[in-house]
Design a protein around this ligand. Structure first.
Ligand SMILES: Cc1cc2nc3c(=O)[nH]c(=O)nc-3n(C[C@H](O)[C@H](O)[C@H](O)COP(=O)(O)OP(=O)(O)OC[C@H]3O[C@@H](n4cnc5c(N)ncnc54)[C@H](O)[C@@H]3O)c2cc1C
Length: 377
């Protein structure tokens, strides 16, 4: 096998939504970019994702830095998908209808009240609805005592977004190399020169970005991953084909489940959060629980066939924050650890990484909470 030299080029390892958004951004700034994936673009967590831009509904206590990052990305979304659509000709199915978070019983209502109070305290737009208001505005939802309407929580179809990103990258002359699995870094005097692959090839490039999702820490030689800083968290999903019965027009969620509408009457029901390593299986227990919980708010799903069952691995870091920026090895950058919010964070991640690469001095001090080197100092 011969070596490959990408002279004056940036190599991105991993063609998930994060690697692709970085590639698109860098190519827009005039960089020559190569994206290498061990399989096909979008075959990791991105393929399994719900695509909720769930900033308000999923806000966590005391994560102000994450909230700011997510807000920045959410604000970028309308223009981002419009530009993607223009460049690629592919519609990523961005939907801007408000998400509804439903309480099915008193326990849910109490939890909802707590997060509603927090949402309001940090200035997030959220609206409390009682049973009458729910029935009046959403007649298909019966017997739901309380709900919170999150007007800024929208959604997108990550598979369509991937197709759009790949096509848009190609318009900007990004090169794709599929079926190449990076196994270790090539370094020389503390500088990254590229990666070695599973089949013994060496790929050389000027700068390397590791965006291999939950698998990033399996690539040998990255100091930030000498400790167990990144792990896969499995999520299982069910796709239902409702044909022309458009049961919902927006994301519905409860503390136990979410249901997401897709084009052509598809509905996604998800998801679990499981520490099972890289085991891909879909379990009977998860399917039973997800279907039962979805049925409690949308009994109409009973009539329709299951189209597919699948799972994916969220790349989760030990402090639940992404790693975005330079590593301790010169010319090596890391962009992973986006956990439950990689789709939401894709636009801002592309922008931040492009800034790190284009203006290293300016960005050294920016976004310290997401600096990958925090794990190796
Ligand atoms: C069930 C589920 C539901 C989710 N729902 C949402 C949601 O509603 N909203 C949201 O914002 N986020 C959601 N997420 C999270 C989101 O999917 C991830 O954060 C995001 O997709 C991560 O993107 P990535 O590009 O970092 O990783 P991935 O999409 O996993 O891409 C990594 C890529 O790297 C490639 N690769 C791996 N190892 C190598 C190697 N050694 N060499 C070369 N290539 C390699 C893989 O083939 C893959 O294509 C969900 C995730 C799951 C699993």
């Amino acid at each position: 096998m011969s070596d490959i030299h990408f002279t004056d080029q940036i190599l991105i390892v991993g063609a998930g939504v994060i690697g692709l958004s970085i590639a698109w951004e860098l190519a827009g700034l005039g960089y020559s970019v190569v994206v290498a994936d061990r399989s096909q673009p979008g075959s990791g967590a991105t393929r399994a994702a719900g695509g909720m831009l769930g900033l308000t509904a999923e806000v966590k206590f005391d994560e102000q830095d994450m909230l700011e990052l997510e807000k920045q990305s959410l604000l970028m979304f309308p223009e981002y998908v419009a530009a993607l659509k223009k460049d690629s000709g592919i519609n990523p199915d961005y939907r801007s209808k408000a998400t509804l978070v439903l309480a099915r019983d008193r326990d849910d209502a109490e939890a909802l009240q707590r997060s509603f109070d927090y949402q309001k305290s940090v200035g997030l737009p959220a609206q409390w609805l009682d049973e009458d208001e729910i029935e009046l505005n959403f007649p298909s939802l019966r017997g739901i005592p309380r709900a919170v309407r999150c007007p800024n929580d929208h959604c997108v179809d990550p598979r369509r977004m991937t197709d759009a990103l790949v096509a848009a990258c190609k318009v900007r002359d990004v090169t794709f190399v599929d079926d190449v699995s990076a196994s270790s870094l090539i370094t020389d005097e503390g500088r990254c020169k590229g990666v070695e692959t599973d089949d013994g090839r060496r790929i050389f490039a000027d700068q390397t970005v590791i965006a291999a999702g939950a698998w990033s820490s399996q690539i040998a030689g990255i100091p930030e991953f000498n400790k167990p800083t990144l792990r896969p968290v499995r999520g299982q999903m069910i796709a239902i084909d409702t044909g022309s019965d458009h049961l919902i027009d927006r994301v519905l969620r409860t503390p136990a489940v979410y249901i997401i509408p897709r084009q052509n009457g598809r509905l996604l029901i998800g998801s679990t959060m499981e520490e099972k390593g890289f085991s891909e299986e879909v379990t009977a227990g998860a399917v039973r629980t997800l279907l039962r919980e979805a049925w409690r708010i949308l009994p109409g799903i009973d009539e329709h066939p299951i189209e597919s069952l699948f799972s994916g691995f969220r790349p989760v870091s030990i402090d639940d924050r992404p790693l975005l920026g330079p590593s301790l090895v010169d010319d090596l950058f890391l962009a992973t650890g986006h956990g439950r919010h990689g789709i939401l964070l894709a636009p801002v991640s592309g922008q931040i990484m492009a800034c790190h690469i284009a203006h290293p001095q300016w960005t050294q001090q920016t976004y310290p909470a997401f600096d990958p080197r925090r794990f190796s100092r």
